[in-house]
Design a protein around this ligand. Structure first.
Ligand code: MG
Length: 383
């Protein structure tokens, strides 16, 4: 049936969606969320872009100043939805791999953007990996459908925006004076996130320096930086006495048995990040971790994120949503699930200098604040 429809569209000269070439000069240059045409064939377009960081970004394994992303948009019946793929190098994707993937996506075979389940199953079937590329289609599709419905996704799903928790603000490793300065800058936030996983003296210096400035609760992300379960337990016990309330990925994602040992003894919840990519990982992590960190770029977008939430809740696992370096598009998409999260780490758009959207999720008094605008509620701005 799909083949017949495709042949029909092809013969009618309407099969234009599959490999739309990007045109940076015009693609995202104007507001396009309202009626701008009337084709009832979904058309996917995309544009590579480079995000610039306000500060060099350091985790336990590397330091960077930019992240490649690809902006997507899907048009249908005069509506436009926006999406995004963010490709930090450790995910193994690049401009080339995402653009190659998106050129293979043919949405014209689907009669309606409301067929999110079927469309994302098809998109997922195109390749084994390319999760960020898949997420860029998923996000644009959700934005599009939300705009057609005239509602934001948190509302369509029946969530209460008032349930959104505070978001965290990252204070990175630096000299003592700069750490103090950055901690003071984080004052409007109710949660500070700290990346540990350096040597013991460095990790403790970072925490002690922040504690000279404030008692604000801290979330720790070790980014797999601790090499031994006994050392990790000692560090977690030390951190628990300093108003730290969770530990993200203390050990290598491959050390599942050691992590289970640690979680059993840890006074703080242990959350899987690198170990948790997709829905199929959740069940494997049950029992070894207290919860999972969902990121749209890892799990192919909102459709699968919703399934991960349902499964994790059924398994009594804790929930967190995180992000990569992203524009307000990806961040606002992730914010739609914030009402169901215990921890929210959505500061990716605050750490860049060249966002491409306005009207996204806002942080008000440290809290994630969702708008009533349809879809993601964002509008593109010129590069
Ligand atoms: Mg992490």
């Amino acid at each position: 049936m799909i083949t017949n429809r495709r042949n029909f569209l092809k013969s009618a000269g309407m099969l234009t969606a599959a490999a739309a070439l990007f045109n940076p000069a015009s693609l995202f240059a104007q507001k396009g969320s309202k009626k701008s045409g009337s084709s009832k064939v979904m058309k996917l377009e995309f544009e590579p872009y480079e995000l610039q960081f306000k500060h060099a970004f350091a985790i336990s394994t590397l330091t960077r100043t930019t992240t490649p992303i690809v902006l997507t948009k899907i048009t249908y019946d005069g509506y436009t939805g926006y999406g995004e793929a963010s490709m930090p190098p450790y995910l193994g994707e690049s401009h080339a791999s995402v653009l190659d993937f998106l050129k293979r996506v043919d949405l014209s075979q689907f009669s309606s953007p409301f067929m999110i389940e079927d469309i994302m199953a098809y998109v997922d079937s195109i390749s084994t990996n390319n999760c960020a590329a898949k997420a860029s289609v998923d996000i644009a599709l959700h934005d599009l459908v939300g705009r057609i419905m005239g509602q934001p996704w948190w509302k369509i799903w029946g969530f209460d925006a008032a349930d959104c928790p505070n978001t965290s603000y990252t204070v990175g490793l630096d000299t003592r004076d700069v750490i103090i300065e950055k901690t003071k800058e984080a004052a409007p936030y109710k949660v500070i996130k700290v990346k540990l996983g350096h040597d013991e003296a460095t990790d403790k210096m970072l925490i002690n320096t922040i504690r000279e400035v404030t008692d604000t609760v801290i979330c720790v992300d070790a980014n797999q930086g601790w090499k031994d379960k006994n050392y990790a337990l000692d560090m977690i016990n030390w951190l628990a006495e300093r108003n730290v309330n969770m530990i993200e990925q203390p050990l290598s994602k491959y050390m599942l048995d050691d992590t289970a040992w640690l979680t059993e003894r840890s006074p703080l919840p242990i959350i899987a990040d690198e170990a948790c990519q997709r829905l199929s990982d959740v069940k494997k992590l049950h029992g070894a971790y207290s919860g999972i960190n969902i990121k749209l770029m890892k799990c192919t977008g909102l459709h699968e994120a919703r399934e991960m939430i349902t499964l994790a809740q059924a398994l009594n696992m804790k929930l967190m949503v995180g992000c990569m370096s992203e524009t307000s598009c990806g961040i606002t998409a992730a914010a739609q699930i914030a009402p169901k999260m215990e921890w929210v780490d959505l500061d990716g758009n605050l750490l860049i200098t060249n966002d491409r959207f306005t009207g996204g999720m806002e942080i008000v008094d440290g809290k994630v604040t969702l708008s009533d605008r349809p879809g993601l509620g964002i509008e593109p701005i010129k590069a």
